[in-house]
Design a protein around this ligand. Structure first.
Ligand code: C5P
Length: 221
């Protein structure tokens, strides 16, 4: 009898895009489908973990047995994540968090004023959820194992290595381009302190299961 790789562990996953409101009608978002994060949540659950999935606006079904918290903005996602990670053993950040949000959100729909002039939108920087969680004592001591993702258009290995160090995390997953959204398969490389390993192209679920196994064998006993 072999116990499941993540039995007794708690895993938090962020997934999907964020939506940053401009007014009650409009906002800024991106093309993230959430599929990779949902696949990781499913794979972690299959491996015996208690899984919380913090999901931006996506149209995907919640994996069986997974607790899902729906959020819209990066700040909502940060708050939900910070409520969950103090009890967690693993945090996997797959969400495509908007780097900036409109500096102000109008209470009413922004109307054309007839002048023919377009409004100007000022932006302000969003919090970096992964970097914030990675700085906590739990993460620094290795009790909370943090995993990040990187999607780069060029020089993936160089950028992925730098991003792992900058975010202060033990494991970073690089998405090997071209940038695709909503696809069911993916190609990834794993970057840790020992170097870089490339996984062959496969479905997101197969890759998620491989990643979960890689995470499990890196956890503190
Ligand atoms: O810096 P960059 O956005 O490329 O980093 C990507 C990684 O950081 C992903 O794991 C993503 O989920 C996470 N991230 C985050 N909060 C942000 C920006 C990125 O958690 N505001």
């Amino acid at each position: 009898f072999q116990p499941k790789a993540l039995a007794g562990k708690r895993v938090v996953v962020t997934a999907g895009p964020t939506f940053e409101a401009l007014d009650p009608i409009r906002g800024i978002t991106n093309h993230s489908s959430g599929k990779m994060g949902f696949a990781i949540a499913r794979a972690a659950r299959e491996a015996g973990a208690e899984v919380t999935l913090v999901a931006g606006p996506v149209s995907l079904r919640t994996p069986r047995g997974v607790l899902r918290i729906d959020v819209k903005s990066a700040r909502d996602m940060l708050a939900a994540t910070q409520a969950e990670t103090p009890q967690a053993d693993v945090f996997v950040a797959t969400a495509a968090v908007a780097d900036w949000r409109p500096a102000t959100r109008a209470d009413q729909k922004i109307k054309k004023d007839g002048s023919g002039e377009a409004p100007t939108v000022a932006f302000t920087e969003n919090p970096d959820i992964l970097a914030t969680v990675a700085k906590t004592e739990r993460a620094r001591s290795g009790d909370l194992f943090c995993v990040g993702f990187a999607a780069e258009s060029h020089d993936l290995v160089k950028h992925a290595k730098a991003k792992r160090e900058r975010k202060g995390i033990p494991l970073l997953v690089g998405n090997i381009g071209p940038l695709t959204f909503g696809q069911d398969d993916n190609q990834m490389l794993l970057v840790d302190a020992d170097g870089v390993v490339e996984l062959p192209r496969a479905s997101k679920l197969v890759l998620a299961r491989q990643l979960v196994a890689e995470i499990a064998r890196r956890l503190k006993p």
